[in-house]
Ligand binder design. Sequence first.
Ligand code: DOR
Ligand code: ZN
Length: 458
Amino acid sequence: MYDLALKNGFIVNENEIYLGNIYIQDEKIVEISLADKPANEVYDVSGKYLLPGCIDTHCHFRDPGATAKEDFTTGTQAAIAGGVTTVFDMPNTNPSVLNEQDLLQKANYFAPKAFADYGIWGLSLGEINLGDLPRLCEAGASAVKFFWGYAINAKTKALIYNYNPKDEDIIPPLGDGEVYEIFEQMAKTGKIIAIHAENIELIQTLTKRLQQSGKKDYEALIQSRPALAEALTIQTASLLAKATGARLHILHLTSKMGMEAVAQAKANGVNITAETCPQYLFLSAKDYDSVGPMMKVYPVIKHEEDRLALWQGLKNGTIDFIASDHAPHIISEKQGDLFSIPAGMCGVETMLPLMLNEVNNGHITLPFLVKVMAKNVADIYNLPNKGNLEIGKDADIVVVDMNKVDTIENEKLHSKQPLTAFAGRKIKGWPIKTFLRGQLVVDNNKICQDKACGKWIK
Ligand code: DOR
Ligand code: ZN
């Protein structure tokens, strides 16, 4: 007798939708057929769609270090509530993940808190941990991130978000020579070096100019951190990746110009992939008047023509997948002067509903959604048990009701600081049940396990 059966659902993979029953044994999918077989736990999901659990490789869960903003429990609960069964935790925590020891410590620390399966990012700070990168990768870091253009606090090694060259005790942003060495080192590991792509020199020049002009509106923020800053860094990174043989990934792509730089690099044979995020696909500068400062993220959300170009790039494969860049802050911190407040927003829980709504709008198909939210991600980060609903894979399954209509609201989120730029959006198409390796973990937006059962994916 099987452990679990999901019967009469429409099974969705990256290039198919078909009717069937999924049978699960020991956390794995063991049979998919039309045969009616018994199981200890049976769900009739007639009329519903079964999707592979989404994979969100870009989550800042703030734990340890800034747990007033989020922690690994609330963050992973938000994930599974949103149909995301695998997350990768970003390394700008305190302590950060600079070497093998940090990695193993974080993996242990997360184990009793994890409601989703998890990967852990390593962080590159240049010379400080250059020699540690190979061991960090071997020990199981999912990939290594480099915040290009960020300064580092010399004492705590924390990243400095709003860099001022006059600040004391800082390690200034790295130069291209130092970045070259990071890429060289990462090439040896074969693992992905992912970058935050913004050129700090251009940003500093333009920020100074804007401060003199006294302009402080959203358009000024874009002008201080324009698409050119993104494209310049992507071009430099592409050349460095080609020269060193590093495997490059561009995080949170925001602009038409940046996307063209990625397309160019792909055409030139650079080993490069790219992601974008819901905030760049669903918001643009014209939304600032209604959404307000909570939509400040870095790199900043740009113009409508960028938003449309990103959709085009996602559809034609220039952009490989989407990720949330879930980066919560304290709700009160997100009010105030646009240039001083922190950048970042919640996103892990609303990403799938937003995309399901696009399916209902006729803009994309369900198989395409699965491709850019699960299958491509599993392929790129080498997660052989994740990404599609097939025999032998982990039974990470999201049951979706394509006819359910509901509104995104802050109060419904599971994050510790529930604040979303998408509040008030009416969505048709919602996840109604989430299974993590064959266990029902969310039922109608309620977390139904009290014990953490997520596992580290090395
Ligand atoms: O908006 C952002 N928030 N961009 C980043 O690069 C960092 C992130 C954070 O950690 O808050
Ligand atoms: Zn991020």
